[in-house]
Design a binder for this molecule. Structure first.
Ligand code: DON
Length: 303
C-alpha cells in the first residue's frame, strides 16, 4: 500500500473543504489559528511515519488530550474509574450540562468535558500532576522533548471557563471529585493546551494500534483495555457526531477544538489530520474530510 500517495490524496480532498468550517473562538487565544492550515501524518505500528501538508506544525491538541488521560488512568487505576464515569454516547454537545443533573453527577463518557474532568481528577490523584503525566507520555512516545503546554491558551481558557467550572462544581456537589475543583480545572486546561503536530499525535496514538504496547515495547494497557479505549473512541470520541464519523471514517477517533483529529487503525497504525475550521459539533471539517478520503481510498477501517 502506498501510504504517501494515500495521504497526499487525502490532504487534497481535505483542501477542498477549507473555508467550510469556523475556527473556535470561545477560547479567545484559539481564535487566531490559521484557518488555511491542513496537515496529516500516519505512524505505522512498525515505525514508519508518512506526512503530508502541515504535518509538522504544532497546534493546540485540546480534547485529543482526553484519550491520553483516559489511557493513563486505566493503566494505573484500572476498572474503578467506570464507577465514576459512564461509557455511552451522550448525543449532546461536548460541553453540555443537561444530562449531569438527571444522572446524578456521573458523566456519560470520558470524552465529553464533564467526563474528562472526572478523569483528570483521578489522574491528578494518581500522579499528583495530571498534565505533567500527559506531557511526559507524549514526549516519550514521540521522542520530542520540546512538546509543552501553551500557557497563554491555558490561561485564556481558564479565564473564559465558566461552563467547565459549572460542570466541575456540579460534579463535586455529587461527591464525584476527590480534589479541589480549581486544582482539577487548572490541570484540565493545562493538558488541553498542550501543543503537538500531526506527526507527534500519530506517534503518540500508536500504542492503541499496537493493542496497548508503547514505543519502547513496554505495555501500557492490556489488549482488552486497548480494545475498550478504542471502542469508547468510536462511540464517543467525536461527541454527537460520532455516528457520522463512524459512517464516514470507520475508525475510532478523537477530535479537539484546535482542529486535530487522531484516529486509530488497530494493528496498522495511527493517523492524525488537522485543520482549524470546525463544524457545529466541534470537529474539524477538512480533517474529517481528509480522513474520510483516506479510509475510503485505502479500505483501512475497522469495518
Ligand atoms: O474544555 C474545552 O472546552 C476545551 N478545552 C476542549 C473542548 C474540545 O476540544 C472539544 N472537542 N472537539
Amino acid at each position: 500500500m502506498d501510504y504517501q500517495e494515500l495521504l497526499d490524496g487525502a490532504v487534497e480532498a481535505g483542501r477542498a473543504r477549507l473555508g467550510d468550517g469556523r475556527v473556535a473562538d470561545y477560547i479567545p487565544a484559539l481564535a487566531c489559528a490559521d484557518s488555511t492550515a491542513l496537515g496529516m501524518a500516519l505512524a505505522t505500528v512498525d515505525g514508519e511515519v508518512f506526512e503530508a501538508g502541515d504535518a509538522a506544525r504544532p497546534f493546540s491538541i485540546q480534547s485529543i488530550s482526553k484519550l491520553f488521560t483516559l489511557a493513563l488512568v486505566l493503566a494505573e487505576g484500572g476498572e474503578a474509574l467506570w464507577r465514576r464515569v459512564g461509557r455511552e454516547p451522550s448525543g449532546n454537545p461536548f460541553n453540555s450540562l443537561v444530562q449531569l443533573e438527571t444522572e446524578h453527577g456521573i458523566p456519560r463518557n470520558p470524552f465529553i468535558n464533564a467526563g474528562a474532568i472526572v478523569v483528570t481528577d483521578r489522574l491528578l490523584g494518581l500522579t499528583g500532576d495530571a498534565a505533567g503525566a500527559v506531557r511526559g507520555f507524549l514526549r516519550a512516545e514521540t521522542g520530542n522533548p520540546s512538546l509543552a503546554t501553551n500557557r497563554e491558551i491555558a490561561a485564556s481558557e481558564a479565564q473564559h471557563g465558566h461552563r467547565n467550572a459549572a460542570l466541575a462544581h456540579f460534579i463535586a456537589s455529587h461527591g464525584n471529585l476527590d480534589n479541589d475543583v480549581d486544582a482539577v480545572l487548572a490541570q484540565y486546561y493545562e493538558h488541553c493546551a498542550i501543543e503537538a503536530s500531526c506527526r507527534d499525535l500519530a506517534l503518540a496514538g500508536r500504542f492503541l494500534a499496537r493493542h496497548g504496547v508503547r514505543a519502547d515495547g513496554e505495555r501500557l494497557l492490556t489488549r482488552s483495555e486497548a480494545k475498550q479505549v478504542n471502542a469508547v473512541l468510536l462511540t464517543c470520541g467525536t461527541y454527537d457526531a460520532a455516528g457520522e464519523f463512524a459512517y464516514r471514517v470507520g475508525l475510532p477517533g478523537k477530535s479537539g477544538v484546535g482542529g486535530g483529529v487522531l484516529a486509530i487503525i488497530p494493528g496498522r497504525g495511527a493517523v492524525c489530520a488537522w485543520s482549524p475550521g470546525l463544524d457545529p459539533a466541534g470537529n474539524s471539517v477538512a480533517a474529517v474530510a481528509a480522513l474520510d478520503a483516506f479510509t475510503t481510498a485505502s479500505g483501512l477501517s475497522v469495518f
